[in-house]
Design a protein around this ligand. Structure first.
Ligand code: IMP
Ligand code: MG
Length: 377
Protein backbone atom coordinates (compact mmCIF):
# COMPACT_ATOMS: atom_id res chain seq x y z
CA UNK A 1 0.00 0.00 0.00
CA UNK A 2 1.24 3.48 -0.85
CA UNK A 3 0.27 6.69 0.91
CA UNK A 4 1.14 10.38 0.73
CA UNK A 5 1.46 12.74 3.66
CA UNK A 6 1.02 16.38 2.63
CA UNK A 7 1.07 19.66 4.48
CA UNK A 8 -2.56 20.80 4.26
CA UNK A 9 -1.99 24.51 4.89
CA UNK A 10 1.24 26.58 4.99
CA UNK A 11 3.66 23.85 6.00
CA UNK A 12 5.09 23.16 9.48
CA UNK A 13 1.98 21.18 10.45
CA UNK A 14 3.99 18.26 11.79
CA UNK A 15 4.35 16.11 8.64
CA UNK A 16 7.87 15.17 9.75
CA UNK A 17 6.72 13.71 13.08
CA UNK A 18 3.82 11.86 11.46
CA UNK A 19 6.00 10.51 8.63
CA UNK A 20 8.64 9.47 11.15
CA UNK A 21 6.06 7.61 13.22
CA UNK A 22 4.50 5.83 10.23
CA UNK A 23 7.74 5.12 8.33
CA UNK A 24 8.42 1.76 10.03
CA UNK A 25 5.45 0.27 8.15
CA UNK A 26 6.92 1.20 4.74
CA UNK A 27 9.85 0.04 2.62
CA UNK A 28 10.54 3.46 1.13
CA UNK A 29 9.98 7.06 2.17
CA UNK A 30 10.13 9.34 -0.86
CA UNK A 31 10.48 13.13 -0.96
CA UNK A 32 9.16 14.46 -4.27
CA UNK A 33 9.35 18.26 -4.15
CA UNK A 34 11.12 21.25 -2.70
CA UNK A 35 14.58 21.12 -1.24
CA UNK A 36 16.38 22.38 1.84
CA UNK A 37 13.65 25.00 2.36
CA UNK A 38 11.73 22.25 4.17
CA UNK A 39 12.34 21.84 7.88
CA UNK A 40 10.98 18.58 9.21
CA UNK A 41 11.33 18.27 12.97
CA UNK A 42 11.68 14.79 14.37
CA UNK A 43 12.08 13.48 17.93
CA UNK A 44 13.95 10.19 18.17
CA UNK A 45 14.64 8.72 21.61
CA UNK A 46 13.92 12.15 23.08
CA UNK A 47 16.50 13.91 20.87
CA UNK A 48 15.41 16.58 18.39
CA UNK A 49 16.57 16.31 14.77
CA UNK A 50 15.71 18.55 11.82
CA UNK A 51 15.79 17.07 8.31
CA UNK A 52 15.89 19.54 5.44
CA UNK A 53 16.61 17.25 2.48
CA UNK A 54 16.42 13.74 3.89
CA UNK A 55 12.98 12.17 4.23
CA UNK A 56 11.72 11.94 7.85
CA UNK A 57 12.64 8.27 8.17
CA UNK A 58 12.94 6.58 11.56
CA UNK A 59 16.56 5.49 11.08
CA UNK A 60 16.28 3.02 13.95
CA UNK A 61 14.45 0.74 11.51
CA UNK A 62 17.11 -0.36 9.08
CA UNK A 63 14.77 -1.79 6.45
CA UNK A 64 13.45 1.66 5.44
CA UNK A 65 15.06 3.28 2.41
CA UNK A 66 14.94 6.98 1.50
CA UNK A 67 14.52 8.40 -2.00
CA UNK A 68 15.07 12.03 -2.99
CA UNK A 69 12.91 12.35 -6.08
CA UNK A 70 13.27 14.03 -9.45
CA UNK A 71 10.99 16.92 -8.52
CA UNK A 72 13.40 18.07 -5.85
CA UNK A 73 16.10 20.71 -6.10
CA UNK A 74 19.15 19.51 -4.23
CA UNK A 75 21.97 21.36 -2.54
CA UNK A 76 24.63 18.63 -2.46
CA UNK A 77 26.72 20.35 0.21
CA UNK A 78 23.72 20.48 2.52
CA UNK A 79 22.91 16.86 1.66
CA UNK A 80 26.48 15.76 2.43
CA UNK A 81 26.30 17.50 5.84
CA UNK A 82 22.92 15.95 6.61
CA UNK A 83 24.13 12.47 5.63
CA UNK A 84 27.28 12.88 7.77
CA UNK A 85 25.16 13.96 10.74
CA UNK A 86 22.83 10.97 10.27
CA UNK A 87 25.84 8.62 9.98
CA UNK A 88 27.16 9.91 13.32
CA UNK A 89 24.05 8.62 15.08
CA UNK A 90 23.16 5.70 12.79
CA UNK A 91 26.32 4.27 11.17
CA UNK A 92 25.60 2.69 7.79
CA UNK A 93 22.45 4.73 7.20
CA UNK A 94 24.01 6.45 4.15
CA UNK A 95 23.59 3.24 2.15
CA UNK A 96 19.80 3.43 2.62
CA UNK A 97 19.69 6.83 0.88
CA UNK A 98 18.99 7.15 -2.85
CA UNK A 99 19.06 10.33 -4.94
CA UNK A 100 17.31 10.63 -8.31
CA UNK A 101 19.71 11.64 -11.05
CA UNK A 102 16.94 13.74 -12.61
CA UNK A 103 16.72 16.00 -9.54
CA UNK A 104 17.96 19.52 -10.20
CA UNK A 105 21.10 20.96 -8.58
CA UNK A 106 21.02 24.02 -6.33
CA UNK A 107 24.23 26.03 -6.65
CA UNK A 108 25.82 28.90 -4.69
CA UNK A 109 24.53 31.25 -7.39
CA UNK A 110 20.93 30.18 -6.67
CA UNK A 111 21.29 30.88 -2.96
CA UNK A 112 22.80 34.30 -3.61
CA UNK A 113 20.06 35.17 -6.08
CA UNK A 114 17.37 34.05 -3.61
CA UNK A 115 18.71 36.36 -0.89
CA UNK A 116 18.95 39.24 -3.38
CA UNK A 117 15.53 38.93 -5.03
CA UNK A 118 12.99 37.00 -2.96
CA UNK A 119 12.92 38.84 0.37
CA UNK A 120 9.48 40.29 -0.45
CA UNK A 121 7.81 36.88 -0.20
CA UNK A 122 9.89 35.81 2.78
CA UNK A 123 11.88 33.10 1.02
CA UNK A 124 13.98 30.74 3.15
CA UNK A 125 17.02 31.75 1.03
CA UNK A 126 17.89 28.14 0.28
CA UNK A 127 18.07 28.87 -3.45
CA UNK A 128 14.83 27.10 -4.21
CA UNK A 129 13.04 29.66 -6.43
CA UNK A 130 16.12 30.52 -8.53
CA UNK A 131 16.92 26.81 -8.99
CA UNK A 132 13.39 26.00 -10.23
CA UNK A 133 13.55 29.12 -12.42
CA UNK A 134 16.73 27.84 -14.08
CA UNK A 135 15.20 24.38 -14.40
CA UNK A 136 12.16 25.75 -16.22
CA UNK A 137 14.44 28.08 -18.23
CA UNK A 138 16.53 25.04 -19.20
CA UNK A 139 19.80 26.44 -18.01
CA UNK A 140 21.35 24.54 -15.18
CA UNK A 141 22.37 21.07 -14.16
CA UNK A 142 20.71 17.94 -13.00
CA UNK A 143 22.34 15.54 -10.57
CA UNK A 144 22.91 13.02 -13.37
CA UNK A 145 25.01 15.54 -15.31
CA UNK A 146 27.72 15.14 -12.65
CA UNK A 147 28.15 11.51 -13.62
CA UNK A 148 29.01 12.16 -17.26
CA UNK A 149 32.71 12.67 -16.52
CA UNK A 150 34.02 16.08 -17.45
CA UNK A 151 31.06 17.03 -19.64
CA UNK A 152 30.23 20.07 -17.57
CA UNK A 153 33.51 21.50 -16.33
CA UNK A 154 31.58 24.22 -14.51
CA UNK A 155 30.15 21.87 -11.92
CA UNK A 156 33.33 20.17 -10.80
CA UNK A 157 33.05 21.24 -7.14
CA UNK A 158 29.62 19.66 -7.16
CA UNK A 159 31.13 16.59 -8.84
CA UNK A 160 33.51 16.29 -5.89
CA UNK A 161 30.54 16.40 -3.50
CA UNK A 162 28.76 13.70 -5.50
CA UNK A 163 31.86 11.48 -5.27
CA UNK A 164 32.00 12.11 -1.51
CA UNK A 165 28.37 11.04 -1.18
CA UNK A 166 28.98 7.88 -3.26
CA UNK A 167 31.92 7.01 -0.99
CA UNK A 168 29.67 7.43 2.04
CA UNK A 169 27.33 4.85 0.48
CA UNK A 170 24.62 7.08 -1.04
CA UNK A 171 23.14 5.72 -4.30
CA UNK A 172 22.37 7.80 -7.39
CA UNK A 173 19.61 6.29 -9.56
CA UNK A 174 16.76 6.81 -11.99
CA UNK A 175 13.22 5.76 -11.07
CA UNK A 176 13.06 3.45 -14.10
CA UNK A 177 16.06 1.47 -12.85
CA UNK A 178 14.17 0.92 -9.60
CA UNK A 179 10.68 0.45 -11.00
CA UNK A 180 10.32 -3.26 -10.24
CA UNK A 181 11.50 -2.75 -6.67
CA UNK A 182 9.16 0.19 -6.18
CA UNK A 183 6.24 -1.77 -7.59
CA UNK A 184 6.88 -4.56 -5.09
CA UNK A 185 7.20 -2.12 -2.16
CA UNK A 186 5.08 -0.07 0.20
CA UNK A 187 5.93 3.57 -0.32
CA UNK A 188 5.24 6.60 1.85
CA UNK A 189 5.50 9.84 -0.14
CA UNK A 190 6.40 12.72 2.14
CA UNK A 191 5.30 16.15 0.94
CA UNK A 192 7.13 19.37 1.71
CA UNK A 193 5.63 22.77 2.55
CA UNK A 194 1.82 22.78 2.21
CA UNK A 195 -1.01 23.02 -0.31
CA UNK A 196 -1.40 26.79 0.17
CA UNK A 197 2.29 27.19 -0.76
CA UNK A 198 1.96 25.04 -3.90
CA UNK A 199 3.17 26.73 -7.09
CA UNK A 200 -0.08 25.93 -8.92
CA UNK A 201 -2.68 25.88 -6.17
CA UNK A 202 -1.29 28.08 -3.40
CA UNK A 203 -1.95 31.75 -2.73
CA UNK A 204 0.14 33.14 -5.57
CA UNK A 205 2.64 34.85 -5.53
CA UNK A 206 3.21 34.03 -1.85
CA UNK A 207 4.07 30.45 -2.67
CA UNK A 208 7.08 28.17 -2.92
CA UNK A 209 8.25 27.05 -6.35
CA UNK A 210 7.35 23.37 -6.34
CA UNK A 211 4.45 20.91 -6.34
CA UNK A 212 3.37 20.52 -2.74
CA UNK A 213 0.35 18.41 -3.78
CA UNK A 214 0.17 14.76 -4.80
CA UNK A 215 0.72 15.82 -8.43
CA UNK A 216 4.41 16.13 -7.52
CA UNK A 217 4.53 12.37 -7.04
CA UNK A 218 3.59 11.79 -10.68
CA UNK A 219 5.95 14.45 -11.96
CA UNK A 220 8.77 12.84 -9.97
CA UNK A 221 8.35 9.75 -12.18
CA UNK A 222 6.09 7.68 -9.90
CA UNK A 223 3.10 7.72 -12.24
CA UNK A 224 2.89 3.94 -11.94
CA UNK A 225 2.00 3.90 -8.22
CA UNK A 226 -1.51 3.92 -6.80
CA UNK A 227 -2.12 5.86 -3.61
CA UNK A 228 -4.42 4.28 -1.03
CA UNK A 229 -4.67 7.53 0.93
CA UNK A 230 -3.53 11.13 0.69
CA UNK A 231 -3.25 12.40 4.25
CA UNK A 232 -3.34 16.13 4.80
CA UNK A 233 -1.75 17.34 8.02
CA UNK A 234 -3.07 20.50 9.68
CA UNK A 235 -2.56 22.05 13.10
CA UNK A 236 -5.39 22.69 15.57
CA UNK A 237 -4.44 26.32 14.92
CA UNK A 238 -2.68 27.96 11.96
CA UNK A 239 0.87 29.15 11.37
CA UNK A 240 2.70 30.70 8.46
CA UNK A 241 6.21 31.92 7.78
CA UNK A 242 6.84 34.52 5.16
CA UNK A 243 4.56 37.15 3.66
CA UNK A 244 1.06 36.92 2.15
CA UNK A 245 -2.57 36.77 3.22
CA UNK A 246 -3.37 35.06 6.52
CA UNK A 247 -7.10 35.63 7.20
CA UNK A 248 -7.22 34.29 10.79
CA UNK A 249 -3.95 35.83 11.95
CA UNK A 250 -3.58 36.95 15.58
CA UNK A 251 -1.72 40.11 16.47
CA UNK A 252 0.13 41.57 19.44
CA UNK A 253 -0.21 39.74 22.75
CA UNK A 254 -2.65 37.11 21.45
CA UNK A 255 -0.06 36.18 18.81
CA UNK A 256 2.90 36.30 21.18
CA UNK A 257 1.13 34.04 23.69
CA UNK A 258 0.27 31.36 21.11
CA UNK A 259 3.73 31.58 19.51
CA UNK A 260 5.36 30.94 22.88
CA UNK A 261 2.93 28.17 23.83
CA UNK A 262 3.46 26.36 20.54
CA UNK A 263 7.18 27.27 20.25
CA UNK A 264 6.39 28.53 16.77
CA UNK A 265 9.78 29.36 15.33
CA UNK A 266 10.88 28.16 11.87
CA UNK A 267 12.80 24.86 11.86
CA UNK A 268 14.88 25.99 8.85
CA UNK A 269 15.35 29.70 9.48
CA UNK A 270 14.48 30.20 13.16
CA UNK A 271 12.07 33.00 12.16
CA UNK A 272 9.08 33.63 14.46
CA UNK A 273 6.06 32.11 12.75
CA UNK A 274 2.89 34.11 12.24
CA UNK A 275 0.07 32.44 14.19
CA UNK A 276 -3.73 32.43 14.23
CA UNK A 277 -6.72 30.21 14.87
CA UNK A 278 -7.76 27.24 12.72
CA UNK A 279 -9.13 28.40 9.38
CA UNK A 280 -11.68 25.84 8.16
CA UNK A 281 -12.59 27.49 4.83
CA UNK A 282 -8.85 27.58 3.98
CA UNK A 283 -8.49 23.95 5.05
CA UNK A 284 -11.50 22.92 2.97
CA UNK A 285 -10.06 24.77 -0.03
CA UNK A 286 -6.68 23.07 0.48
CA UNK A 287 -8.26 19.61 0.82
CA UNK A 288 -10.00 20.05 -2.52
CA UNK A 289 -7.00 21.52 -4.32
CA UNK A 290 -4.57 19.01 -2.83
CA UNK A 291 -6.66 15.89 -3.41
CA UNK A 292 -6.57 15.15 0.33
CA UNK A 293 -8.61 12.09 1.31
CA UNK A 294 -7.98 11.98 5.07
CA UNK A 295 -6.93 14.50 7.71
CA UNK A 296 -4.46 14.40 10.58
CA UNK A 297 -4.75 17.28 13.07
CA UNK A 298 -1.73 18.03 15.27
CA UNK A 299 -0.79 20.07 18.33
CA UNK A 300 -4.00 19.65 20.33
CA UNK A 301 -1.82 19.69 23.45
CA UNK A 302 -0.86 23.33 22.80
CA UNK A 303 -4.48 24.49 23.08
CA UNK A 304 -5.13 22.35 26.16
CA UNK A 305 -6.44 24.22 29.23
CA UNK A 306 -7.02 27.48 27.36
CA UNK A 307 -10.65 27.75 28.50
CA UNK A 308 -11.93 28.58 25.05
CA UNK A 309 -10.78 27.81 21.54
CA UNK A 310 -11.44 30.08 18.57
CA UNK A 311 -12.32 28.63 15.16
CA UNK A 312 -12.98 30.26 11.81
CA UNK A 313 -15.96 28.36 10.42
CA UNK A 314 -16.50 30.30 7.20
CA UNK A 315 -15.66 33.47 5.28
CA UNK A 316 -18.33 35.97 4.29
CA UNK A 317 -17.77 34.65 0.77
CA UNK A 318 -16.38 31.23 -0.10
CA UNK A 319 -12.90 31.27 -1.69
CA UNK A 320 -12.71 29.92 -5.25
CA UNK A 321 -9.16 30.94 -6.11
CA UNK A 322 -5.99 32.05 -4.37
CA UNK A 323 -6.79 35.74 -4.89
CA UNK A 324 -9.98 35.39 -2.81
CA UNK A 325 -7.83 34.96 0.29
CA UNK A 326 -6.58 38.56 -0.03
CA UNK A 327 -10.07 39.85 0.77
CA UNK A 328 -11.37 37.06 3.01
CA UNK A 329 -13.59 38.14 5.92
CA UNK A 330 -13.53 35.36 8.49
CA UNK A 331 -16.52 34.47 10.64
CA UNK A 332 -15.49 33.08 14.02
CA UNK A 333 -16.94 30.91 16.74
CA UNK A 334 -15.57 30.37 20.24
CA UNK A 335 -15.96 26.90 21.68
CA UNK A 336 -15.32 25.60 25.17
CA UNK A 337 -11.73 24.37 25.36
CA UNK A 338 -10.58 20.91 26.36
CA UNK A 339 -8.65 19.91 29.42
CA UNK A 340 -7.71 16.34 28.56
CA UNK A 341 -7.21 14.27 25.44
CA UNK A 342 -10.41 12.48 26.36
CA UNK A 343 -12.40 12.01 23.17
CA UNK A 344 -15.56 13.76 24.41
CA UNK A 345 -13.77 17.00 25.12
CA UNK A 346 -12.44 17.28 21.58
CA UNK A 347 -15.52 16.04 19.84
CA UNK A 348 -17.09 19.36 18.94
CA UNK A 349 -13.88 20.72 17.45
CA UNK A 350 -13.18 17.64 15.34
CA UNK A 351 -16.82 17.37 14.27
CA UNK A 352 -16.65 20.95 12.99
CA UNK A 353 -13.46 20.16 11.03
CA UNK A 354 -15.05 17.09 9.46
CA UNK A 355 -18.38 18.73 8.75
CA UNK A 356 -16.91 21.80 7.08
CA UNK A 357 -14.11 20.11 5.12
CA UNK A 358 -16.10 16.96 4.34
CA UNK A 359 -12.99 14.92 5.22
CA UNK A 360 -12.56 12.49 8.13
CA UNK A 361 -9.92 13.14 10.77
CA UNK A 362 -8.05 9.85 11.05
CA UNK A 363 -5.41 10.77 13.62
CA UNK A 364 -4.78 13.56 16.07
CA UNK A 365 -1.54 14.39 17.84
CA UNK A 366 -1.02 15.58 21.35
CA UNK A 367 2.76 16.04 21.58
CA UNK A 368 6.07 14.90 20.19
CA UNK A 369 6.15 11.31 21.48
CA UNK A 370 4.99 8.51 19.17
CA UNK A 371 2.32 7.53 21.71
CA UNK A 372 0.92 11.06 21.39
CA UNK A 373 -0.25 10.23 17.87
CA UNK A 374 -3.74 8.91 18.46
CA UNK A 375 -6.05 7.07 16.04
CA UNK A 376 -9.31 9.01 16.04
CA UNK A 377 -11.61 6.98 13.79
P1 IMP B 1 11.00 29.43 -0.64
O1 IMP B 1 10.38 28.09 -0.77
O2 IMP B 1 12.24 29.43 0.21
O3 IMP B 1 11.17 30.12 -1.94
O4 IMP B 1 9.95 30.35 0.18
C1 IMP B 1 8.70 30.73 -0.36
C2 IMP B 1 7.65 30.84 0.73
O5 IMP B 1 7.36 29.54 1.23
C3 IMP B 1 8.09 31.66 1.94
O6 IMP B 1 6.95 32.30 2.49
C4 IMP B 1 8.59 30.60 2.91
O7 IMP B 1 8.52 31.04 4.26
C5 IMP B 1 7.62 29.48 2.63
N1 IMP B 1 8.20 28.15 2.91
C6 IMP B 1 9.10 27.48 2.17
N2 IMP B 1 9.38 26.28 2.73
C7 IMP B 1 8.62 26.20 3.83
C8 IMP B 1 8.42 25.18 4.80
O8 IMP B 1 9.00 24.09 4.76
N3 IMP B 1 7.54 25.45 5.80
C9 IMP B 1 6.85 26.62 5.86
N4 IMP B 1 6.98 27.59 4.96
C10 IMP B 1 7.86 27.38 3.95
MG1 MG C 1 8.72 22.85 8.71
Amino acid sequence: MNIAILGAVWGDEGKGAITHHMSKDYDWVVRFGGGANAGHTIYRDGVKYVHNLLPSVDFRHKHIKSYLGAGMVIDLEKLRDEVLEAEKHYPGVASTIYVDKDAFLVTKKHKEEDAATNAHIGSTNRGIGPAYKDKVGRCGYRVGDLFYGGLFEGCMPLGTLAVELVKLGVHFKYVMEMEEEFKASNILFEGAQGVLLDINHGIYPYVSSSDCCASGIVSSGFGFVKLAKVYGVAKAYTTKVGAGPFPTEYHDKEAEDLRELGNEYGATTGRPRRVGCIDLPALKYACKKGGITDLIITKFDILNNLGKVKMCLSYKEDPFCGSDFFKAEPIYSNMKGWTTKNKDELHYFINAVEKITGIDVQYISWGTDPEDIIKWH
